[in-house]
Ligand binder design. Structure first.
Ligand code: ZN
Length: 237
């Protein structure tokens, strides 16, 4: 649980405060990175974090992008809960990203429910693989995945070979952006590698992209060293 002493929502005379906010500690460069990825996905070219750390959609006009992603962000931005984005880089317990319940330290009953979206930016820098799959796996996609958990109460699958409810929605967004889709929620050890014999424990995650000419699906992979990223004991994010 995360303790929040005071409301991070800045008063804004002109518009209702956004419900998606950065913690003050989230560095400006990382806010910029998140906003850039979200602009690509949503097509909201003016999307940005404002001076108070609130996500502003700048949604005057759209240029391409995913309608489903825009709808999810609008639902979250206008919802009853607060979503706080936190930098969880290099934290072993955060594998790419996750969402957890926050807790107010004062006047909790008078304040909204708060959910903390933790993003491990460092983990994303450790991923390599097919370029088309990498475009479908970054901090922007992670944020949308966690927001979908928070807003839709959707779940991740426990079973290998499935994408799960939450990633199915994110895959719809990828499809709308013309990107590769995640073929499975879970990642697996690289084939032929016994983890006991392997110093770096590489895992891989499958994506697939439909070939416009043949309608056949091409398999793509991303991979990373699970010792560096974490999550070997428990895969859930
Ligand atoms: Zn999840």
């Amino acid at each position: 649980l995360l303790l929040l002493a005071c409301s991070p929502v800045a008063a804004n005379a002109n518009s209702a405060p956004s419900k998606i906010l950065c913690r003050p500690e989230l560095a400006d460069a990382r806010r910029q990175e998140l906003a850039a990825r979200l602009r690509e996905i949503t097509g909201w070219r003016k999307l940005h974090f404002d001076g108070s750390g609130a996500l502003n959609f700048g949604a005057v006009r759209t240029a391409g992008g995913s309608q489903t992603a825009r709808e999810l962000l609008e639902k979250a931005g206008g919802g009853n809960n607060l979503l706080i984005i936190e930098d969880a880089s290099d934290r072993a317990e955060v594998v790419f990203s996750r969402v957890i319940e926050g807790r107010w330290t004062r006047d909790a009953e008078a304040k909204p429910r708060v959910l903390i979206v933790q993003v491990d930016f460092a983990d994303f820098s450790r991923v390599m693989g097919d370029r088309a799959a990498l475009a479908a796996f970054n901090v922007g996609w992670a944020l949308l995945h966690e927001i979908s958990h928070a807003v839709n109460d959707s779940t991740d699958t426990e079973r290998a070979g499935e994408t799960g409810e939450c990633e199915a929605l994110v895959n719809q967004m990828r499809r709308e952006c013309g990107l590769a889709e995640r073929a499975e929620y879970h990642y697996h050890f690289m084939p032929g590698v016994e983890r006991n014999e392997f110093k770096t424990r590489y895992v891989r995650l499958a994506f697939e992209q439909q070939q416009p000419s043949t309608k056949r699906k091409r398999r793509l992979w991303i991979m990373w060293d699970a010792d560096a990223v974490g999550g070997l004991a428990r895969q859930k994010n």
